[in-house]
Design a protein around this ligand. Structure first.
Ligand SMILES: [Zn+2]
Length: 305
């Protein structure tokens, strides 16, 4: 009896090991990409984000263990556009051609995305918090998830060609769910079309375009630069004139200036998730939008204008 149990245990652990080692190991730079790859890969993948959940991707610096994550990876997915510029130093230290631009296991998810706020090609990356050649926050338009998951599906199928059907079915299910919710999100925010907002950080052009909101100015004079009192005074004047209806604030940013402007304009301050996991209750891509849409709709319903 004991022998039989032991054999059964050995067999089941061998099966578990086989299943785990068969999974495609995907490393993404951010939690948003991790969530989208997980939606497409489901049980065919293990996904790890280099930037941990609940930490600011635009202030991130790689830690010693991150290079080991990359060494173990089968597939690497990045945001691109300078958002995760630090990845280049890691991949060049590894020197694995698969993880470099044009490599078989490398996906820059920004490829093919209709970009906003494109700047001249001569713009050099100013580092951590600054925006590079275009606004990098493209995952905040749910429609861009179709493009990102298409590219993710392609690179996963390249890694496990026999699983093409399952990858495509996973993606189809995810996009159907996203579309159903997207209709509801659009409906929730439709009454506030054209509503003027001020945001702390310039993270919202893709989101605002999709949901017909108008972010007219920013508490930060430039991405990563703290506001001066003069800038804040001008902002209050601009906000009053434009009848701004809410201040959008991102996690990890200092709240004082946003609060001050909200108080002076007598409008709500609404904290929106800039990425998956940046606020409790935003542990996947759909929840990110559920939170942001509900928070904004509540704030705009409460604002008087
Ligand atoms: Zn940014």
């Amino acid at each position: 009896m004991l022998a039989r149990l032991l054999v059964a245990a050995v067999i089941s652990s061998a099966v578990a090991v086989a299943a785990a080692s068969a999974a495609v190991r995907v490393v993404t730079t951010t939690t948003d990409l991790a969530a989208l790859v997980a939606a497409v890969g489901s049980d065919l993948v293990t996904v790890e984000s280099i930037v941990p959940s609940a930490s600011d991707p635009e202030a991130f610096e790689p830690r010693p263990g991150d290079i080991d994550k990359l060494r173990r990876a089968d597939v690497l997915v990045r945001v691109g556009l300078g958002y995760d510029y630090w990845l280049d130093a890691l991949t060049s230290r590894i020197g694995d051609k698969r993880f470099m631009r044009g490599g078989d296991a490398y996906l820059d998810a920004s490829a093919g995305i209709p970009l906003l706020e494109i700047r001249g090609q001569s713009v050099v990356n100013e580092g951590g918090h600054a925006h590079g050649v275009a606004n990098p926050h493209y995952w905040l338009d749910p429609d861009n998830a179709a493009l990102i998951t298409a590219a993710a599906a392609e690179i996963l199928i390249r890694a496990v060609p026999a699983q093409r059907e399952r990858v495509m079915a996973n993606r189809g299910r995810f996009l159907a769910e996203l579309e159903a919710r997207r209709q509801r999100w659009l409906k929730s925010l439709a009454p506030y079309a054209g509503a003027k907002l001020i945001a702390y950080h310039n993270a919202w052009p893709y989101f605002a375009r999709r949901f017909r909101l108008d972010v007219i100015d920013f508490i930060e004079p430039k991405p990563g630069v703290a506001p001066s009192p003069v800038h804040l005074a001008q902002l209050v004047a601009t906000g009053r004139k434009a009848q701004v209806r809410a201040i959008v604030h991102e996690p990890y940013e200092p709240e004082e200036a946003s609060r001050l402007v909200a108080r002076k304009l007598d409008v709500p301050l609404v904290v929106l998730a800039i990425s998956v996991g940046s606020i409790p209750g935003t542990s996947d891509y759909l929840e990110l939008f559920e939170h942001n849409v509900a928070a904004l709709a509540n704030a705009l319903a409460a604002s008087r204008r």
